[in-house]
Design a protein around this ligand. Structure first.
Ligand SMILES: Cc1cc2nc3c(=O)[nH]c(=O)nc-3n(C[C@H](O)[C@H](O)[C@H](O)COP(=O)(O)OP(=O)(O)OC[C@H]3O[C@@H](n4cnc5c(N)ncnc54)[C@H](O)[C@@H]3O)c2cc1C
Length: 620
């Protein structure tokens, strides 16, 4: 497998006099609309594309369908379930499946005749949906309790109507009509949030309309000379990257959900991508936003590289979670596609050594685009996801394993792995590699090859399917994340693990919980940490509620251990009960007053960001 990706050539840097025509605008490229592809069909009841699913085959092994994901699709994963059962310490009966009652029932749409009559003058018939399955999908994101509720219970209130605007004029008309006819609007991007942000408030008496942005999915222009692009907010990440790539550019924002999440969703949730070390987080990448609000359109006349213009209302959009208006377009920064992309991996004997390495690496200032450190359990998880090797490959892998464990003295229950993506020109990448491996050596790190690194990143997208698969085997699972100063990073991980174990025991749950973490992003001041927590819930009454209560306890522990409420997932309705614990009353009051002034009628009534203690409550 080649370990250096050959990337399409980036646009050569032309002399400024040639690159920037006098008019300033005439050098812009207007890419065509991307045609929809049949292969892009998405599942409604589980994560991902319809062509990919994990299941148990006739040999009792996990099997992955399709051919989308290298190293995973079409493969049998014989080690996965035996390994998982050894971790949770319970033999699982794989023939006992959770019977999916998907789609759960939804209430009939509430009447909104006057609103509908008005919007029918601007929207075509196929831009308004009332189908139950569509309404249901627009009433949730991807939290554990939402995905459980749609299969095993009742989600509760869902949008009464779903509308699909195709341009800003239509969004303005929708907002005006909603204001006039007392309708609640909830913007919808890719529906990938993990904060209950799209869940409809149960007590909402007005008709709720989900404004699905997926037909606003175009790059309006690319300005190659000034390295920016204007993009409609409903454009999905994978399409954006594909089309920018065709012109030799990248935006550099690559969240693990990039296949389905949208630009508008990224801004609204204050997202972060895996390559933020090189390109920045979403707030670093967005130069301008246009937003339709109750007071009109927030817009500016020009995009400057940086401004000092007093308080800038656009900054309130980061993390707004659908509360202030509908983002229609954004101007984003572009970077030439890096001529070289390489992968790498390093093994350390302990998690502490791995964190020490990351800290030292950060101080050098030569940080690769992505560096991730997996704890021991996640390292084992990666091994368990490997298809069984055959022939010579099996022998080689056995010998390598014996060498690492017996000769080098790595403990299989302690060792951790760091995976790396290097991007840049050849000299830059070479310099980063030299730095990484030199620093790693200081902390006892051993180079583990580009192939393992590449595989680690390739797994990112296929792993996302596993949560919904193991739910069918009665395992409740979910991820959560935080950020924390360097000095508290290791203790936070340890405290959270212990707290989950204690909560598990206190409830008399069988076996062990699965708790694993990885350091996903580094900053001069600290790190972002991403946890997986799962437990075997067969015969547990209200398994999803139990999960939620333990996750809440874990979040308390995160805060008590010096972590943030969230590094990139946001607050939504899942974590709003914690807001008073992290913000002073004055800070919360600023937020409340801003919302009241911007949206006095609460047209954008998703009720995210508002402190309310509904932690632990089921969605209905
Ligand atoms: C498998 C998986 C991996 C993930 N990986 C990452 C990751 O690496 N990094 C990360 O940051 N997050 C990650 N997430 C979380 C999620 O993908 C992000 O929060 C993402 O930014 C949500 O985008 P979306 O388009 O799906 O928004 P949605 O889920 O549709 O909406 C999220 C919120 O934004 C609002 N909104 C959406 N579009 C607009 C708009 N145009 N105008 C105004 N408001 C709008 C909605 O009302 C809602 O409140 C992951 C989630 C999953 C399930």
């Amino acid at each position: 497998m080649p370990q250096t990706d050959t990337l399409p050539p980036s646009t050569p840097a032309a002399p400024l006099s040639q690159a920037a025509p006098q008019t300033g605008l005439s050098g812009r490229i207007v890419p065509p609309v991307l045609p929809p592809k049949a292969a892009d069909a998405e599942s409604l009841d589980v994560w991902g594309f319809k062509d990919t699913a994990f299941g148990i085959n006739e040999r009792g092994h996990v099997h992955v369908t399709g051919n989308r994901y290298d190293g995973m699709s079409g493969q049998e994963l014989p080690n996965l379930m035996p390994w998982f059962q050894s971790v949770v310490g319970i033999p699982m009966d794989l023939s006992k499946r959770l019977t999916s009652a998907y789609p759960c029932p939804v209430a009939p749409s509430r009447p909104a005749d006057a609103f509908l009559a008005e919007i029918r003058s601007v929207l075509a018939a196929d831009q308004i949906a009332t189908d139950d399955a569509i309404r249901l999908r627009h009433g949730h994101g991807h939290t554990q309790e939402e995905m459980y509720a749609i299969k095993a219970g009742k989600l509760g209130r869902v949008p009464d109507y779903v509308v699909y605007p195709t341009d800003e004029e239509q969004v303005i008309a929708l907002v005006e009509a909603a204001k006039r006819h007392d309708v609640c609007l909830i913007p919808y991007g890719g529906g990938t949030n993990v904060t209950d942000a799209l869940r409809c408030p149960e007590q909402e008496l007005r008709p709720i309309v989900s404004v699905d942005m997926k037909r606003m999915n175009r790059i309006l222009w690319i300005d190659p000379a000034n390295r920016m692009a204007c993009v409609q907010a409903g454009m999905v990440g994978r399409h954006l990257m594909e089309q920018l790539g065709q012109h030799g550019f990248t935006m550099g924002h690559e969240p693990d959900s990039i296949e389905f999440s949208t630009l508008g969703g990224w801004i609204s949730t204050h997202a972060s991508g895996m390559k933020k070390n090189r390109y920045g987080n979403i707030e670093d990448l967005v130069l301008d936003v246009r937003v339709v609000t109750l007071n009109g359109v927030l817009s500016r006349t020009a995009q400057a590289p940086r401004e000092s213009i007093g308080v800038d209302p656009r900054l309130w959009l980061f993390g707004s979670e659908g509360s202030f208006g509908i983002i229609t377009t954004a101007v984003v920064k572009l970077f030439p596609l890096p001529p070289v992309r390489k992968y790498g991996s390093v093994l350390f004997k302990t998690f502490q050594q791995g964190v020490d390495f990351m800290y030292a690496l950060t101080q050098t200032g030569r940080i690769p685009a992505s560096v991730r450190l997996m704890d021991n359990l996640q390292f084992q998880f990666g091994q368990a996801l490997k298809p069984a090797p055959g022939g010579l490959k099996a022998l080689k892998s056995k010998l390598e394993k014996a060498y690492v464990l017996n000769v080098l003295g790595y403990d299989p229950n302690q060792m951790v792995a760091c995976t790396l993506v290097f991007e840049g020109d050849a000299a830059e990448v070479a310099e980063q590699e030299r730095t990484v491996y030199r620093v790693a050596k200081r902390f006892g790190g051993m180079k583990a090859g580009a192939e393992n690194g590449k595989r680690g990143y390739a797994l990112t997208y296929s792993i996302a399917y596993i949560r919904d698969f193991i739910m069918t085997l009665n395992v409740m699972a979910e991820s959560f994340e935080t950020s924390v100063p360097w000095t508290q990073a290791v203790s936070l991980c340890e405290n959270v693990r212990r707290r989950i174990e204690a909560e598990h025991k206190a409830r008399g749950l069988a076996g062990n919980p699965f708790v694993s973490c990885r350091v996903t992003q580094v900053y001069e001041t600290g790190v972002a940490i991403y946890f997986y927590y799962a437990y075997y819930a067969k015969d547990v009454e209200h398994p999803s509620d139990v999960y939620l209560a333990i996750e809440k306890a874990a979040r308390e522990e995160v805060l008590a251990s010096g972590g943030s409420l969230s590094h990139h997932h946001g607050v939504g309705k899942l974590r709003r009960g914690f807001l008073p614990a992290i913000m002073s009353p004055a800070a919360l009051e600023w937020r409340r007053l801003a919302k009241q002034a911007i949206d006095p009628g609460n047209v954008f009534g998703c009720n995210n960001l508002i402190p309310a203690d509904d932690q632990g409550a089921p969605p209905a």
